[in-house]
Design a protein around this ligand. Structure first.
Ligand SMILES: Nc1ncnc2c1ncn2[C@@H]1O[C@H](COP(=O)(O)OP(=O)(O)OP(=O)(O)O)[C@@H](O)[C@H]1O
Ligand SMILES: [Mg+2]
Length: 687
């Protein structure tokens, strides 16, 4: 249904109706900047522009999708379909596909991702050292973003290493040209070059894109600024919306300078502030304002909400990550059951988000959500259970539980490789299909001898016997103390650690993956129970189970997550990827010194970095509409060690008042865990 223009306040209306000179909306979180963009699209259509003459630039592809949705509800599907809604990168692809030929690029050029780039660099520079290749990648990318070609880079090189990198840059580009390929930086750099050097192309795009609207303008970099400048031209108009307090990509070259340059480059620029926040309750907004007030102000802004005080922001201290995850899940279940606090609105799973600073923090959360059978999606990062090494091990576990699980069979039999190749597996598959049996069952059919060589059958039988033997061991291994050595022996048998190191050139990456594997084994072992766990004052004994029982539970958990296309899911997201989005209920986890603000042990915390981390906290807090739970750890795992953890300084900076509920984890944890276990048991389907 179309939204009526009356849903805009006077300042928003002014921005929407400002059509004859460039316009910058500079305003805080949740003040309706993105809403201005969608409504302005409708206004521009009304003023006579055609949909394909309007370009809205978003920061991510996901944001582009969302923008198209929002536009569709305002202007209808037909018009929305023709709008140019893109990121700078995808707009760049379009320009190069249409006009790249004048720069020697065929319309069907390919786009290299970061891994492809590393491969080309290794070849071009003749190195096998991944560290060297990565350094080249970083240096060359930086040069490209500064608009330097290899000759300029060589002239400006600071030392011998950089001179080498400049020459590698030359070879790298020769290869790219030969492959008809471009990298991500080229998707901005080449269109810029096209627009700057080719008048016909420049005029074409200027005529084509009559009004460009840029969301999240604070996170554009210098090259993107120049692209915009070329498209708009000296007399053109555009609309940019942004918030300097939400600039969180400084580390990738985004620059606030772009905000400062606008009034200089466009003297007729109209700057419009928005002050009313329509997203968050006053309790949430105050916490956000208190934090960001400590950053130096570039632009003065006010932000208020008339949505009422709302529920106080809650703070919870948790012993360790696992408890935090369980706490977050219990909180979500509580709100959904209208059992927690004053919030009584109706809720779907999609009304919740759990946000964190670093990708690896999603894992415990995923486990807890899966155990509670809550559907979720991981945005802006990879799901823990989607990691190759975890998928490998899960395939083995699934195969132990159900030998007829063909996809699990195929993965396990080739991970690690055991001399059973694609031809053998193809023939086995054909045979199994003919006899309508599973691959595993086919292994031991006598007539298989007619389809495969004796050698191949020998290897397959060996694998089959190993799986049977492993199943037997898993069935009879009970309790954590027994489970861990059994599982480690299995990994040794199949040579999994070596397999990881063989498949990964970068040893650090291989070591990190092996670490995941050992963690995963610990997790399974722990679930085999038998030990007594201390939880502050409480002691909880975990029931003893066999490895096979646990494998079965994990298989159920895995199949649950594969339900796929569900729309109603809890969001797990990094803080970075949460920008621009909003949820009724938000949980911020692991808000600790070292995590947020993020700091490596050896690294010095500069004022600039601290300010960027503070902006990230501001972004996190301001994603919440109705309730916000901030959780902090008392102890934290660092490598293999568990260390005491400090709450983030940003928690104190929120200045939560006395009404803020500070929950005592020790008191509640035992009860919560019991409740949680009971719920999980009740929800567990019969297998
Ligand atoms: N005038 C208004 N009346 C009612 N609701 C509004 C109004 N303007 C914006 N909103 C609502 O407020 C919320 C925040 O709006 P929007 O996402 O556009 O803010 P934003 O400034 O882009 O936020 P961010 O800085 O996080 O990107 C949305 O749910 C939007 O629908
Ligand atoms: Mg926005």
């Amino acid at each position: 249904m179309a939204e009526a223009p009356s849903t805009l306040n006077p300042a928003q209306l002014e921005a929407v109706n400002h059509l004859h000179s460039p316009c910058l909306v500079l305003a805080g979180a949740g003040s309706g900047k993105t809403r201005v963009i969608t409504h302005k699209i409708a206004r521009l259509l009304q003023a006579g522009l055609k949909p394909d003459q309007i370009a809205a630039i978003t920061f991510t592809n996901k944001a582009a999708q969302e923008m198209r949705e929002r536009a569709r509800s305002l202007i209808g599907a037909r018009a929305a379909k023709h709008l140019v809604i893109a990121t700078f990168h995808s707009l760049g692809v379009r320009m190069l596909r249409e006009d790249g030929e004048c720069m020697g690029l065929k319309p069907k050029f390919s786009i290299l991702d970061a891994d492809d780039v590393l491969g080309v660099l290794r070849d071009a520079g003749g190195t096998t050292d991944p560290k060297v290749a990565r350094r080249w990648q970083w240096t060359i990318s930086l040069w490209k973003n500064q608009g330097l070609n290899w000759e300029q880079a060589e002239a400006a090189a600071a030392d011998a290493d950089e001179q080498v990198a400049a020459r590698v840059m030359k070879l790298y580009h020769e290869r790219l040209a030969a492959y008809q390929a471009v990298d991500f930086d080229d998707l901005i750099g080449l269109p810029l070059k096209l627009l700057q050097t080719n008048e016909a192309a420049r005029l074409k795009w200027r005529r084509q894109l009559r009004h460009v609207l840029v969301d999240e303008y604070q996170d554009t970099n210098a090259t993107q600024y120049d692209v915009l400048k070329e498209i708009v031209g000296p007399d053109g108009v555009f609309t940019a919306v942004g918030d300097d307090d939400q600039s969180i990509y400084g580390w990738r070259g985004a620059t606030i300078e772009n905000l400062k340059r606008l009034p200089q480059d466009y003297p007729t620029l109209k700057v419009i502030p928005l002050e009313q926040n329509y997203r968050s309750t006053a309790a949430i907004l105050n916490a956000a304002n208190n934090v960001i007030a400590l950053n130096p102000k570039i632009f003065q802004k006010k932000l208020w909400s008339d949505l009422g005080e709302g529920e106080p922001v809650r703070l919870v201290e948790c012993d360790q990550e696992e408890h935090e995850a369980e706490r977050a899940v219990a909180r979500i279940q509580g709100i959904r059951a209208n059992a927690t606090g004053a919030y009584t609105g109706t809720t779907d799973w999609k009304d919740f988000a759990i946000l964190y600073r670093a990708n690896h923090l999603s894992r415990k959360l995923e486990e807890a959500l899966r155990k509670a059978q809550i559907p979720y999606k991981v945005s802006g990062g990879q799901s823990y259970f989607d990691r190759a090494e975890i998928k490998d091990l899960c395939a083995w576990l699934r195969l132990l539980v159900n030998q007829d699980d063909d996809p699990a069979f195929l993965r396990a039999v080739t991970t690690p490789k055991r001399g059973i190749g694609h031809t053998t597996l193809g023939a086995l598959g054909e045979f199994a299909g003919k006899w309508k049996v599973s691959l595993f069952e086919a292994l031991f059919k006598e007539s298989l001898a007619a389809a495969l060589s004796a050698k191949a059958i020998g290897s397959l039988h060996e694998f089959g016997r190993y799986v049977n033997d492993l199943e037997h061991r898993a069935r009879h291994t009970v309790g954590a103390e027994e489970a861990k050595p059994m599982l480690m022996e299995w990994l040794k048998d199949i040579g999994y650690e070596q397999f990881l190191y063989d498949g990964e050139e970068n040893e650090k990456v291989a070591a990190a993956r092996w670490n995941n594997v050992v963690d995963f084994v610990d997790w399974i072992a722990k679930r085999c129970g038998g030990q007594v766990e201390a939880d502050g004052s409480a002691q909880v004994e975990i029931e003893r189970k066999s490895v096979l029982d646990v494998a079965q539970t994990i298989s159920v958990i895995l199949s649950l997550a594969e339900r796929g296309d569900e729309q109603d899911m809890v969001t797990l997201s990094t803080l970075h990827a949460s920008k621009g989005l909003e949820w009724p209920h938000v949980v911020l986890v692991s808000i600790n010194e070292g995590t947020l603000p993020f700091q490596r042990d050896e690294e010095e915390m500069t004022a600039e970095r601290l300010e960027e981390e503070r902006r990230l906290m501001y972004v996190g807090i301001t994603r919440a509409r109705n309730t916000l739970l901030v959780s902090t750890l008392l102890r934290q795992k660092r490598g293999r060690e568990v260390r005491k953890a400090l709450p983030s300084r940003f928690i104190a900076e929120m200045k939560l008042d006395e009404r803020t509920v500070k929950e005592d984890p020790r008191e509640k944890l035992k009860a919560l865990r019991a409740e949680f276990a009971a719920r999980a048991a009740a929800a567990k389907p019969a297998v």
